[in-house]
Design a protein around this ligand. Sequence first.
Ligand SMILES: [Zn+2]
Length: 226
Amino acid sequence: MLNNILQLLYPNLCINCNSSLVIGEKYLCLSCCLQLPETNNHLQKENGVEKSLWGRIPFDRAFSFLYFNQFGLTQKLLHELKYNGNHYLAEYLGETYARKIANTVQSHGIDSIVAIPLHKRKLEKRGYNQSQAFANGISETLGLTDLSSCIIRRKETDTQTKKTRDERWKNVDSIFSVLEPDQLKERHILLVDDVITTGATIESCAREMIKYGNCTISIASIAFAA
Ligand SMILES: [Zn+2]
């Protein structure tokens, strides 16, 4: 609470440690930036994110910017995105990550991006889609075509945490619809979500896109809960 008030009064403070930011620092001070639990798993084939999705959907590559650590720095950033509506931070994280994955994106021929959509009621309530803002940072930095408007979310889903794997799957089965399948055709699309935990949301969205759009999918997220 105090942290939120300080951020409103003094926006040039580090989100994590509240120290004053100097020129060149944005949202996080250098010392906190160095503490970010980066996975760097775009450099590693058969990484943990990829293994968690094997046998569920066909995809080329999958990678995440940060490890999700409860009560840690990633959690703090996600809280800032979700509850303080900081879409500038989401875009900034996207820009930062884009520079790291640029070679991987290019060498795999990824040419477009789709952010996992929110249901319109949730979008109204939250004010913005943090996955979309993160995707905007990536697509603007790397010059990818944003095809997010081709997909809609038809159903709001309940919280996933207290369900079994089977229940989770039923819960997310065909919650997405592809509105403009021709736009996706023969594209290599980076499908972007905020956090990958069970992978059920990614799986459901990718399935619809592949089925109706005949495209290749790679996957990226802000955080991965290993
Ligand atoms: Zn700091």
